[in-house]
Design a protein around this ligand. Structure first.
Ligand SMILES: Cc1cc2nc3c(=O)[nH]c(=O)nc-3n(C[C@H](O)[C@H](O)[C@H](O)COP(=O)(O)OP(=O)(O)OC[C@H]3O[C@@H](n4cnc5c(N)ncnc54)[C@H](O)[C@@H]3O)c2cc1C
Length: 387
């Protein structure tokens, strides 16, 4: 895969790989077992350590104080963090993505108040779109923001919101009523989590247990009109964000898959049964070969999509292909890793069982596999099959 990376990206990869091996992997299993979710103080300890690598600023233009790296460089950073500790990487990824999308439209005051602290690793944030009755069909959302003088009053509920219980602010998407009883469209609002009427409760889940997924309640939550985001960023910017988010789910699965693959290969070489290493059995080799093929294909598709994110805002097909393939491959790879390891595959003594659980959520978030197949079909055939 090295042929796709520049000299700088190879150096970045080797540096972050070493850091993750030394600082993250040795503590990940225990933290994941003990904290559901990771508390803010632990997250900020990690944020501080990760900030120098550019996790929170690498995508910002230089004039905004960022490193202005290619999108694939951010992908490499995230791949290795996901490989080391998926739940932690989830928090970092949600915060970085939220602030990056905010920065595209932020006023100077919003930038100073809500983006700069993120770039310094000192704020946590997320985005609230999904609702209990509006999943894939986001148009069905019922959360409302009603204008009252110089404020908007928000009412409704959101579900599955990343960082929901640990965030400083959530960007809430809501139907907007300018005060005359009519919905004029959708708007995005910065809602500090300390605002009266905002509540967040954790949703216990199968994988990424130490990652905060929350149900959010909004009961007469008041925000000043200046907390509404200006949406004059143009369609291309929205496409870039959408496609970028999809490749993030894909690269997460590549990172998790790599971790599971490494464990299974080592195990197949070491574990002896019937007087030989189990790697000498053809059926075990089949598992390893299938894992190697899935992992390579997933990484290639994802790197290609990430390269395109910078050059072609309308790379829907490639991003949906990477998202659908890599996230399903992540499940296959982690399943095979646990199978190669026999009963030890589900023991908490090894990381394989956590990786197996952690791979599972990625076929839902940022569009389910089914939705991405519909996008691929639409792009290939030139006709939509969405109902
Ligand atoms: C770990 C995690 C983190 C998340 N983080 C966030 C977040 O930060 N912010 C946020 O807003 N949301 C977040 N989500 C929510 C995520 O975006 C939704 O789960 C996703 O949009 C799917 O919605 P749903 O789960 O309600 O499934 P549904 O939409 O109810 O789908 C159920 C099933 O029906 C299928 N289906 C639905 N519509 C169609 C169709 N037209 N054609 C064919 N099949 C269809 C789906 O593919 C799926 O198999 C997160 C979810 C997870 C698991």
């Amino acid at each position: 895969m090295d042929f796709l990376l520049s000299e700088e990206q190879l150096l970045l990869r080797d540096t972050i790989q070493r850091f993750v091996d030394q600082e993250i992997i040795p503590v990940a299993a225990e933290l994941d077992r003990n904290h559901h979710p990771l508390p803010r103080e632990i997250l900020f300890d990690f944020y501080e350590k990760l900030e120098p690598f550019g996790y929170f600023s690498c995508l910002f233009p230089e004039e905004q104080g960022g490193l202005e790296l290619p999108y694939l460089s951010f992908g490499i950073l995230m791949e290795h963090l996901r490989r080391g500790y998926c739940s932690l990487a989830g928090s970092v990824g949600a915060t970085a993505a939220t602030a990056t999308s905010l920065a595209k439209v932020a006023t100077p005051k919003q930038f100073e108040q809500y983006v700069q602290p993120v770039m310094a690793g000192k704020m946590i944030c997320g985005v609230g779109i999904t609702e209990p009755n509006a999943g894939s069909n986001t148009e069905a959302m019922s959360t409302k923001a009603v204008r009252k003088g110089d404020r908007y009053i928000l009412n409704g509920s959101k579900i599955w919101i990343s960082n929901g219980t640990v965030a400083d602010y959530i960007i809430i998407v809501a139907n907007v009523d300018e005060g005359d009883g009519h919905i004029t469209g959708k708007g995005r609002f910065i809602v500090p989590t300390t605002t009266l009427g905002f509540s967040a409760s954790i949703i216990p889940k199968m994988g990424m247990r130490s990652y905060s997924s929350a149900e959010i309640g909004l009961s007469d939550v008041e925000v000043p009109v200046e907390n509404r985001l200006q949406e004059g960023d143009g369609l291309d910017a929205t496409y870039v964000l959408l496609n970028a988010a999809r490749t993030q789910a894909a690269i997460a699965s590549v990172g998790i898959g790599q971790a599971a693959y490494d464990i299974a290969v080592q195990y197949a070489q070491d574990r002896q049964q019937f007087g030989r290493p189990i790697g000498k059995f053809q059926l075990v080799q089949e598992h390893i070969a299938e894992m190697a093929m899935d992992l390579d294909a997933a990484r290639l598709m994802t790197y290609r999509a990430m390269i395109l994110v910078d050059s072609n805002p309308k790379c829907f097909k490639e991003c949906s292909m990477a998202k659908a393939f890599a996230t399903e491959a992540g499940i296959r790879i982690t399943y095979r890793a646990t199978q190669v390891m026999g009963a030890y595959g589900i023991s908490e003594e090894y990381d394989a069982e956590r990786l197996y659980r952690d791979a599972r959520p990625f076929t839902y978030l940022d569009g389910t596999t089914e939705i991405h197949k519909l996008i691929i079909g639409r792009e290939v055939l030139g006709m939509g099959a969405f109902v």
